[in-house]
Design a protein around this ligand. Structure first.
Ligand SMILES: C[S@@+](CC[C@H](N)C(=O)[O-])C[C@H]1O[C@@H](n2cnc3c(N)ncnc32)[C@H](O)[C@@H]1O
Length: 206
C-alpha cells in the first residue's frame, strides 16, 4: 500500500485500512461466488482510483459510483471529503457496502438499483444495443434523490467493451463540466469531461 503524505497520517492510515478490508472482502467474494459461476464484480485498482479522486476532489463536490459493489471507492471518496453515493444492482453487495461504511464511520450512502436512468437506450456507433455484463433493474436515481446531472465526479469500472456506453451515458445525462473517471483494464484510470478524454489536459497542467 502506498503512502500519501499529502493526506496526513491519520487519513492516509484510514484509507489504507479501508483498502486492506476491501481486498479481503474481494478475496472472500472471489472464492465463495466467482469460484462457482460468473459474476460481474471485479475490484478496481483501488490505489489508482484513489489517486484520481485526490486529484479531482474539492469542497462541496458530490460523487457517484456506478456499480459500487463492496463500496470501497465510494467510502474512500467520502473520507476524502466528497458527498459520496454508490449505486449497486445487487442488494447483498449493497448490504456489505453499508456495513463497511459503518465500520469506517463513513457517511457514504448506498442505494440498490441500476445506474442506468429509466428510458436510457444504448446504441453503439455500429447500432449494437447489447450492454455487456451490465444488469437490468429499476433505476436507482429516484431513491437516491439526485439525477446524474447533480454529480460533479462519477466513477465506473467498465468491463471490456462497456467503456463507450459509460461515456455516452455521462455525455447524455451528466453535466457538461462534470468529471467521469473510468478504470480501464489496461490503460489505468481515464478521465473525461463533456464526453472527451482530459488526460492530456491534466498532464500538461501538472
Ligand atoms: C466491475 S464491478 C466494479 C465494482 C466496483 N465499482 C469497483 O470498482 O471495485 C461492476 C459492478 O457493477 C454492478 N452492476 C452491473 N450492472 C449494474 C447496473 N445496471 N446498475 C448498478 N450496478 C450494476 C455489478 O453487480 C458489479 O458489482
Amino acid at each position: 500500500m502506498m503512502c500519501r503524505r499529502e493526506l496526513g497520517e491519520a487519513l492516509d492510515a484510514r484509507i489504507a485500512a479501508l483498502c486492506a478490508e476491501g481486498w479481503a472482502l474481494w478475496d472472500s467474494f472471489d472464492e465463495a461466488v466467482r469460484g462457482h459461476h460468473f459474476h460481474p464484480f471485479v475490484a478496481a485498482d483501488y490505489d489508482a482510483v484513489i489517486d484520481a479522486l485526490i486529484r479531482y476532489r474539492g469542497p462541496g463536490l458530490r460523487f457517484l459510483e456506478w456499480g459500487a459493489a463492496t463500496g470501497v471507492i465510494t467510502i474512500a471518496a467520502d473520507l476524502l471529503g466528497f458527498e459520496a453515493y454508490g449505486i449497486e444492482l445487487e442488494s447483498d453487495l449493497v448490504a456489505t457496502a453499508r456495513a463497511l461504511a459503518t465500520r469506517f464511520d463513513s457517511g457514504a450512502r448506498f442505494v440498490a438499483g441500476s445506474f442506468l436512468p429509466s428510458g436510457y437506450v444504448w446504441r453503439s456507433s455500429d447500432g449494437d444495443s447489447r450492454i455487456g455484463t451490465l444488469g437490468i433493474g429499476p433505476s436507482a436515481y429516484r431513491e437516491l434523490g439526485y439525477a446524474l446531472d447533480d454529480f460533479d465526479v462519477v466513477f465506473g469500472y467498465p468491463w471490456d467493451g462497456e467503456l463507450p456506453l459509460m461515456v455516452d451515458l455521462m455525455s447524455r445525462y451528466g453535466r457538461d463540466d462534470a468529471i467521469l473517471l473510468l478504470n480501464h483494464v489496461t490503460d489505468g484510470v481515464l478521465a473525461y469531461r463533456g464526453g472527451r478524454p482530459i488526460a492530456a489536459e491534466r498532464r500538461s497542467a501538472s
